[in-house]
Design a protein around this ligand. Sequence first.
Ligand code: CA
Length: 222
Amino acid sequence: MRILIVEDEQKIAQFTSNILKEMAYATDIAPTGNEARDLFELIEYDLVILDLMLPDINGISLCKTFKEMRPNRPVLMLTTLSEIHDKVRGLDSGADDYMTKPFHTEEFTARVRALLRRNQDSTLTLECADLQLDLVKRQAFRNNETIKLTTKEYALLEYLMRNQGRPLSRVQISQHVWDLHFDPESNIVDAYIKQLRKKIDHNSPKKLIKTIIGHGYTINEE
Ligand code: CA
């Protein structure tokens, strides 16, 4: 999962980004509306966190632009203004949810999870054969044994499992699991797949992570 944070106040942007990274999401920060629009065009984000007051473009009109480009992409609007008419304007512009700053971390993470689920499906556990992924506790189990994963390994496995059976290219994987600092020339995806295989498939006769030669990877039962 990759999330775009549109926020001109650097401290808040970094704070928000840190919370999301702890939740195993990749994040990019855009300090202006124009930069946000460019990134949004380029990358298929799973969610946008949008500040209402930006130096160049008004958050409301930016939200409308996002929704015109990709209607199903969820937008969570953040603002320091708590007046009711701003809330209404925000929701009218197509924002899926709205929070006022400063926010409580727990409420924020709950809303992010809810918005991401809305875009996918409402399931809280993903399964592939005897491999289970608990999306709330962010834990993996194989044959009922807990598998300890790092944050990035978890993010990679979640992305594979949400797209079960679908061939995913290295670029697609890196776009959803890593951020803009990712070097496309690096073999980081392969390295992480190798790690994941050790943890997921090594002790099981049934190998779930498959290589698609010349393309990338997939996870499936067959
Ligand atoms: Ca602002």
